[in-house]
Design a protein around this ligand. Structure first.
Ligand code: FAQ
Length: 321
């Protein structure tokens, strides 16, 4: 059978099996399109909601240099949101629909952004742990079967790796500073460690995962590793880095398993994760309220941009006639 004689589902499966990319105009199963829209939208929403915990510290950064770096990081996150909304739009949805779904509470954003940023050291912990977890999760997405998502992820991962380094450097400076600064760095790591492990999503086995997406997403090569595999990579990477920082991780069960070479860690409190997903985290209400208000406040900008684009289009059309 030649390439052209294959049915559309066959062609889709052959491309996936051969590790080739599915592009926007290719035929794809509806469920594949829906899964991608859900995941990419959730990812985009996480980027723009993720600006809030750090945005909270821009005016309070301890020096001009720290302020400039933090502003650039938060701006990068806005940019990541825009690439991701553009990637979702190649699947036939409009970003305004996705934002409406977020604002109506019908699409998710990452659980991690529902925790408060109490001290400057939290900027370090977010960079080191949250961006660190994001990198571990996102590097495999550069090999995702859907072309636009995979390509967006290449640039995003480069920027995330800068973000992770700047977080590490903030914590290193604090940890090696005064005893009060060291204590502040340790307190931030104590608060952000477990929520960072939850970012990877529910465990691979267990009652709740029967409703999960991993098996199908791995078959479609949207996900390349399971949630637990990525979580383990993150723990293995973080433990030696904590040693370099001179900080401890808040888990008495954490130890190296000599047989496997992996660090074993304690039980994650999944009831906390599911409670945050239901909207009961410490900052869920504040994050959504702020997001909706920012969207409403920006209505005049969207209207002005649309009016300008329409005027430009009309002028160009008149010029061409
Ligand atoms: N939070 O079956 P699975 C960043 C939901 S990084 C909330 O495992 P899936 C950068 C899931 O949607 C953060 N919900 O689902 C940054 C599903 O819900 P549903 C964003 C979660 O999709 C750094 C249910 O649980 N990164 O923003 C979470 O196969 C610093 C069952 O879960 C990405 O989004 C969670 N943590 O795997 C910005 C990466 N985990 O639809 C600012 C791309 C799971 O059944 C500052 N996404 N759920 O109602 C992914 O890799 C995947 O979507 C997973 C979840 C791994 C997150």
């Amino acid at each position: 059978m030649t390439q052209d004689q294959r049915t559309a589902p066959d062609r889709f499966q052959t491309l996936v099996d051969n590790d080739e990319r599915i592009e926007p105009r290719d035929e794809m199963p509806d469920a594949y399109r829906k899964t991608l829209i859900r995941q990419i939208a959730q990812h985009a929403h996480s980027e723009i909601i993720g600006m809030q915990p750090e945005g909270n510290w821009i005016s309070r950064a301890p020096s001009l240099r720290r302020k400039a770096i933090l502003m650039a990081k938060v701006q990068d996150e806005a940019g990541h949101g825009l690439y991701l909304y553009s990637a979702a739009e190649t699947l036939g949805v409009d970003r305004s629909e996705l934002l409406d779904l977020l604002h109506a509470g019908r699409q998710r954003y990452s659980s991690i952004f529902n925790y408060p940023t109490l001290t400057w050291a939290d900027m370090g912990a977010i960079g080191w742990l949250v961006d660190g977890a994001a990198i571990v999760n996102q590097i495999p997405i550069t090999r995702c079967s859907y072309g636009p998502y995979a390509r967006a992820m290449v640039r995003i991962c480069k920027e995330e790796s800068f973000h992770q380094r700047q977080g590490f450097e903030i914590l290193h400076t604090l940890s090696h500073g005064t005893p009060e600064q060291h204590a502040m760095a340790q307190d931030a790591v104590d608060r952000w460690w477990w929520p960072s492990l939850m970012m990877f999503g529910p465990p691979d086995s267990g009652a709740d995962q029967s409703k999960g997406h991993t098996a199908q997403s791995m078959a479609w090569k949207i996900k390349r590793f399971s949630n637990d595999e990525l979580r383990q990579k993150f723990v293995d990477m973080s433990v030696p880095q904590a040693g370099v920082l001179g900080l401890t991780l808040p888990d008495p069960d954490l130890h190296l398993d000599d047989e496997t070479g992996h660090y074993r860690f304690g039980e994650i409190d999944w009831s906390e994760f599911f409670s945050v997903l239901k909207g009961n985290g410490p900052c869920n209400a504040a994050r959504m309220q702020h997001r909706r208000a920012a969207h409403n406040d920006g209505a005049w900008v969207r209207e002005a941009a649309t009016a300008y684009a329409e005027k430009t289009r009309a002028r160009t059309a008149a010029g061409a006639a």
